[in-house]
Design a protein around this ligand. Structure first.
Ligand code: AMP
Ligand code: ZN
Length: 112
């Protein structure tokens, strides 16, 4: 499958690893929008939030377990934001579900 983030998981495209376990991989965003900007993904391909169902939702739980671990590993105790963009109007540009983990600056709300 021609998927950028599957290739990153496979090591075919280089990335700066931040965290990895059996189910989850996290790496530095190539175009960071905050001083800390990780992309957190399930290793298994799911295209987008719209395709989460009872067969794969445990992988999303694993992503959020990983985020809590990354927060401790990276000392993000001041807080952070988790963002998922879904589909064209949601601003999704890579078709492998991913969660932006943004931190180390004040993040405006609403995001615009
Ligand atoms: P989205 O717009 O929500 O689909 O987010 C895709 C994100 O992937 C963007 O923040 C990009 O900067 C990031 N990205 C694209 N290619 C790479 C790459 N090779 N390594 C790391 N991050 C990437
Ligand atoms: Zn993929």
């Amino acid at each position: 499958m021609d998927c950028l983030f599957c290739k990153i998981v496979a090591g075919e495209i280089p990335s700066t690893k931040i965290y990895e376990d059996e189910y989850v991989y996290a790496f530095a965003d190539i175009d960071p929008q905050a001083p800390f900007h990780a992309i957190v993904i399930p290793k298994e391909h799911i295209c987008c939030a719209d395709k989460i169902d009872e067969t794969n939702s445990f992988l999303i739980a694993k992503v959020f377990e990983a985020i809590a671990k990354i927060s401790k590993q990276e000392n993000l105790e001041k807080g952070y934001r988790v963002v998922n963009n879904c589909g064209e109007q949601g601003g999704q540009t890579v078709g492998h579900i991913h969660f932006h983990l943004l931190a180390r600056r004040n993040l405006a709300w609403p995001p615009g």
